[in-house]
Design a protein around this ligand. Structure first.
Ligand SMILES: Nc1ncnc2c1ncn2[C@@H]1O[C@H](COP(=O)(O)OS(=O)(=O)O)[C@@H](OP(=O)(O)O)[C@H]1O
Ligand SMILES: Nc1ncnc2c1ncn2[C@@H]1O[C@H](COP(=O)(O)OP(=O)(O)O)[C@@H](O)[C@H]1O
Length: 694
């Protein structure tokens, strides 16, 4: 048994010291022989043997037999996931002990008390924000070994948000966290923004999984964490496994259990029911193929600041394209703090509906040219935002501190989630600044607060709104995010005082005016109501106009090709409609027009298709509202007769349900109008929605 010291005190026992040296050596040089290890860590062979035995018993290392003639090299030793976690824990304690030792020695030599800032630079050790920060990765040799070992473990396939969280856990961006929160830490964070040991931490970073997955696990079991391609990124020792009270989490962390808040919506609809907690052993970072040169870990940024001699750095967090107001704000912040500037945009996950990060990074690169090159830098942060306003601001500050930044800009409504279900703001415009201020000192990063910046036409410059004394005598201009989106979607002018032409041109490329974007027309109604006939007429009219490719996904045609194996049970109909929805959303995403004409009898499924399409463009639901009597009278295919005779089962409108659309964009009465007129009604609707130009 190892005698481990009390983690609350900084003293380290001899045994811990030896264990640390052993684990460190095996991390750097797995497979070394006993002789090499003994000489590297300075112990006798006999003593090493005893140590190895203890470490194997504790599950920190594993022994394998090696083929070969040399008896002295018969065994190979390598770190296990548990050993790697133990090494990380000891590393922290070692650092703390060494710093304490340093401080005491410093105090003795300089006659000062420990904890005081040293009197002269000569005796200052490396500036706090520039010293390397502990990561959770093992060495690349050990990673190779652990990967093989982890292949036998139960695996969890990480969600996109968990991949973002894991990357920042592993690279030190979420320091002091060493893994996904334990239940005790989670409770502390939710209730009073502190970990169980009292350290400030405001955001629950939890590994949410399904109930089925959680039920398979034993306490203390190691699991492999894989990315969406199945690559093992880390292992985790599951120490905690619990069902959280999500309502309480929503109220305490996000301010209300209101699903208009994107993170609350995620919590209830996307996150798994059970949380797992435990330490992480990092094997490799998630792979990024985009903008690799613009991505830095906390240690890489710290090294960059060291190299550049940047002692003070002010960071600007953003999830939006930079416009002139932001540039002015960042200039002023850097001037006020007399610091260098880091543009630190989030490229992990932001608010649903935001401009995608590919477009944004191209915009940032265009704006970067307008800053003095030697004073400003840009780096991309793979964070999954929660839009938690005040708590999010503090979290952002802690993360930036880990990245070596000394100052942080907090503006109006920092990380605001928009309006709640009553149409009111979730947080006050300066709540984030207030909470940040309360914790600023403890975090060790200084806030640079900013008020709302507006453009004063007479002086042709941006000014903080509440500092404008002659407010009544000048013209104040401002374009809100909503107004900007409207102008972009309608192809209207965006003035130069608002944004840089390069940025506007990038945004226009990604978000062309509505009349050039893709969209989906979704016709629904009984069999024989006229869906296919109207759809065909519309397709011809749209093709005559030209400009965008038109694809018809008719019920019959889809059933012949995409869904040939399906019948007419509820499950099969839903599957059929979701497939149509998926294809339509892809067409819409790529700028085409999709016309769908299935019966689609279920409202819930139609709603899912709407949501999928609306991620990329407009969804126009058209109810072809021909009565069942008229459809039966027409009985074009003779199916109604068969249905009445019971020869076709589950026939929509006869022996199967149809949910009449409650709020379709258009409802057509085919009994009082001819086909051409019905198709024309749809065309007029598309025109009124700005989707086609008249
Ligand atoms: N039981 C039953 N109920 C409804 N319809 C039936 C059934 N059996 C076969 N058909 C024929 O299949 C066509 C409907 O397929 P859909 O893919 O549009 O249906 S659904 O949306 O998946 O419910 C439908 O074509 P349309 O007349 O073009 O609507 C029918 O011709
Ligand atoms: N105004 C109208 N719009 C569409 N179809 C109509 C109209 N008036 C009569 N019809 C007839 O109704 C039938 C509709 O069949 P179809 O388009 O195949 O319907 P669905 O695709 O909904 O099953 C066709 O025979 C069509 O000529």
């Amino acid at each position: 048994m190892y005698v481990l010291s009390n983690p609350k005190t900084s003293l380290i026992t001899d045994e811990e010291g030896q264990l640390f040296r052993l684990l460190r050596h095996l991390d750097m040089a797995p497979d070394a022989s006993q002789r090499t290890i003994a000489s590297a860590i300075g112990v006798s062979l006999g003593r090493l043997n005893a140590q190895l035995r203890l470490a194997v018993e504790a599950g920190f290392i594993k022994i394998s037999e090696r083929a070969g003639p040399d008896r002295r090299q018969r065994f190979a030793y390598a770190l296990t996931a548990r050993g790697a976690a133990e090494k990380l824990r000891l590393t922290d304690r070692f650092l703390a002990a060494k710093f304490l030792e340093y401080q005491m020695l410093h105090a003795e030599l300089t006659g000062t008390r420990p904890g005081l800032t040293p009197l002269s630079d000569r005796t200052t050790f490396m500036q706090n924000n520039l010293a390397p920060i502990p990561e959770l990765y093992v060495s690349s040799d050990s990673a190779q070994k652990l990967k093989v070992e982890a292949a036998d473990l139960v695996s969890w396939d990480l969600t996109p948000r968990q991949i973002c969280d894991l990357e920042l856990l592993m690279n030190g961006g979420f320091s002091p966290l060493k893994g996904f929160l334990s239940e005790e830490d989670y409770d502390g964070v939710v209730e009073n923004m502190r970990l169980a040991d009292g350290k400030l931490w405001v955001m629950p970073i939890t590994l949410d999984v399904s109930e089925d997955f959680a039920a398979k696990l034993e306490p203390g079991q190691d699991i492999a964490l894989r990315d969406q391609e199945g690559v093992i990124l880390a292992t985790m020792t599951v120490t905690d496994n619990w069902t959280p009270n999500k309502t309480n989490e929503a109220e305490k962390v996000f301010g209300a259990d209101d699903q208009a808040h994107p993170a609350v919506h995620y919590l209830h609809n996307t996150a798994g029911a059970v949380y797992l907690g435990g330490p992480i052993t990092g094997i490799q970072p998630p792979m990024h193929y985009d903008f690799r040169a613009r991505r830095d870990t906390p240690n890489e940024l710290r090294a960059y600041f060291r190299k550049m001699g940047w002692r003070k750095v002010v960071a600007f967090q953003t999830r939006n394209p930079l416009h002139r107001a932001h540039q002015e704000l960042t200039f002023r912040a850097a001037r006020e703090a007399q610091a260098n500037l880091l543009i630190h945009p989030v490229v992990g996950m932001t608010k649903p509906g935001d401009v995608d990060h590919f477009t944004r990074v191209r915009c940032y690169e265009a704006v970067l040219d307008k800053y003095p090159t030697s004073t400003t830098s840009m780096s991309l942060l793979p964070l999954a935002m929660r839009m938690a306003g005040p708590r999010e601001a503090v979290w952002h500050g802690q993360i930036r501190k880990n990245y070596g930044v000394t100052h942080f800009i907090v503006g109006r409504d920092h990380a605001g989630p928009g309006s709640n279900s009553q149409g009111e703001d979730f947080y006050g415009p300066y709540d984030a600044q207030d909470l940040f201020r309360q914790h600023e000192e403890e975090m060790g990063i200084t806030m640079v607060p900013f008020k709302h910046m507006v453009y004063v036409q007479e002086r042709a410059q941006y000014e903080p709104f509440d500092e404008i004394e002659d407010r009544d005598n000048v013209t104040i201009l401002n374009i809100s995010g909503t107004e900007l989106r409207r102008r972009l979607s309608e192809g209207l002018e965006i003035p130069e005082w608002f944004s840089f032409p390069e940025v506007v041109s990038e945004l226009r490329k990604t978000k062309p005016p509505r009349a050039q974007q893709g969209f989906t027309v979704f016709l629904t109604g009984f069999s024989g109501s006229g869906k296919s006939t109207i759809a065909n007429a519309m397709m011809v009219k749209l093709m005559e106009m030209g400009g965008r490719p038109v694809t018809l996904l008719d019920g019959d045609i889809v059933r012949k090709n995409l869904s040939s194996e399906l019948g007419f049970s509820k499950e099969h109909r839903d599957l059929n409609i979701l497939r149509i929805g998926y294809v339509a959303s892809e067409i819409t995403k790529n700028g085409g027009i999709a016309i769908c004409a299935p019966i689609a009898p279920y409202a819930v499924t139609r709603r899912k298709v709407r949501e999928a399409v609306e991620n990329y463009g407009a969804f126009v639901e058209v109810h072809v509202a021909t009565s069942i009597e008229e459809c039966e009278r027409r009985d074009r295919k003779g199916l109604y007769k068969l249905a009445r005779e019971g020869k076709i089962k589950e026939f929509t409108g006869i022996s199967d349900p149809y949910d009449v659309p409650a709020n379709p964009e258009l409802s057509i009465d085919t009994e009082g109008a001819d086909v051409d007129n019905c198709a024309h009604q749809v065309i007029l609707k598309l025109e009124s929605m700005g989707l086609i130009k008249g």
